[in-house]
Design a protein around this ligand. Structure first.
Ligand code: NAP
Length: 313
């Protein structure tokens, strides 16, 4: 694949396209100063990012929207230059909740549409104000819903122009097949956002998605923030890996840049999160070199098949 900073987008099955590199925006709201997400998005846009990955449950969508609107007002970008991905949370799977939930997100963002709207997880929680509803024993309260009906509600959002493209996240092959084999399917998922990096390369899912024209968007492409409250830290830190660091030395790049380049070079979109100006810029500098076939194979061989994000719920 020939990638340049100017043309680093890949086509989606519905005729749209997605930038191969996006800015992840999840940061623990308790530990992150207000305004840092907004500042990060503005720095990212100045650095050349056009893809921002967000979600209602990150509690900072208002900052993302504000940053995008400020950059539009400055004349730096137009709305159509930006690719924003929003997510449908687990408590909002019942079909009648889907459009109002997306409309709420658009109100928070103060934008007219999202470029991609995805079902964040394939399982549902009890609808209501509690985003993580639990019973008196501290167990999550799940909710029986039909993923195909949820999908139809997403299709209606695309038809209404509220989402340019629709997709899923954390879906396995069986769940993807369930949607794709749904009688009367109008649009298939254009993408599946899943954990993907050199220690969790997803070879089987990647092959399946390639065959069905579904783009894989790799989350935690740098191996997460290693926050023990939700990350399995028994898997070693990705960025300390000797192979990634040795290859980085050859190209005068960091292990982070090698990990990101590895994925984009095999057609996997990456959405590294950084709120640090220097690292935001660093993560974008991956389009001016390429890895050899041998190096790609060496990195593929690092796969440990262990997730950092176990999603135990
Ligand atoms: P990540 O992008 O793999 O790693 C983020 C961590 O790496 C942060 O601590 C960041 O700190 C640090 N970092 C960033 N650039 C670096 C560099 N060049 N060198 C060294 N450290 C660097 O992890 P993630 O946040 O888990 O995943 C990325 C995004 O994917 C999320 O923000 C979110 O948008 C999405 N996501 C989606 C799901 C889902 O279920 N769909 C799940 C998880 C994540 P600084 O900010 O200080 O730079």
């Amino acid at each position: 694949m020939n990638l340049t900073a100017e043309s680093h987008r890949i086509p989606l099955s519905d005729g749209n396209s997605i930038p191969l590199l996006g800015l992840g925006t999840y940061a623990d709201p308790q530990k992150t100063p207000k305004g840092s997400c907004q500042e990060a998005v503005k720095i990212a846009i100045d650095a050349g990012y056009r893809h921002i990955d967000g979600a209602f449950v990150y509690f900072n969508e208002h900052e993302v929207g504000q940053a995008i609107r400020e950059k539009i007002a400055e004349g730096k970008i137009k709305r159509e230059d930006i690719f924003y991905c929003g997510k449908l949370w687990n408590t909002c799977h019942p079909p009648e909740l889907v459009r109002p939930t997306l409309e709420k997100t658009l109100k928070i963002l103060q934008l007219d549409y999202v470029d991609l709207y995805i079902i964040e997880l394939p399982m549902a929680f009890k609808p209501g104000d509690a985003l993580y509803p639990k019973d008196e024993n501290g167990k999550f309260i799940y909710h029986e819903t039909d993923l195909c009906a949820t999908w139809e509600a997403l299709e209606a959002c695309k038809d209404a122009g509220l989402a340019k493209s629709i997709g899923v996240s954390n879906f396995n092959r069986r769940q993807l097949e369930m949607i794709m084999n749904k009688p009367g399917l109008k649009y298939k998922p254009v993408s599946n956002q899943v954990e993907c990096h050199p220690y969790f390369t997803q070879p089987k899912l990647l092959e399946f998605c390639r065959q069905h024209d579904i783009v894989i968007v790799g989350y935690s492409p740098l191996g997460t923030s290693r926050d023990e409250s939700w990350v399995n830290v028994s898997s070693p830190p990705l960025l300390k890996d000797p192979v990634l660091n040795a290859i980085g030395k050859k190209y005068n790049k960091t292990a982070a840049q090698i990990a990101l380049r590895f994925n984009v070079q095999r057609g996997v979109v990456v959405i590294p999160k950084s709120f640090n100006p220097q690292r935001i810029r660093e993560n974008f500098q991956i389009f001016d070199f390429s890895l050899t076939e041998k190096e790609m194979k060496e990195i593929e061989a690092l796969n440990k098949n262990v997730r950092y994000v176990e999603l135990l719920m």
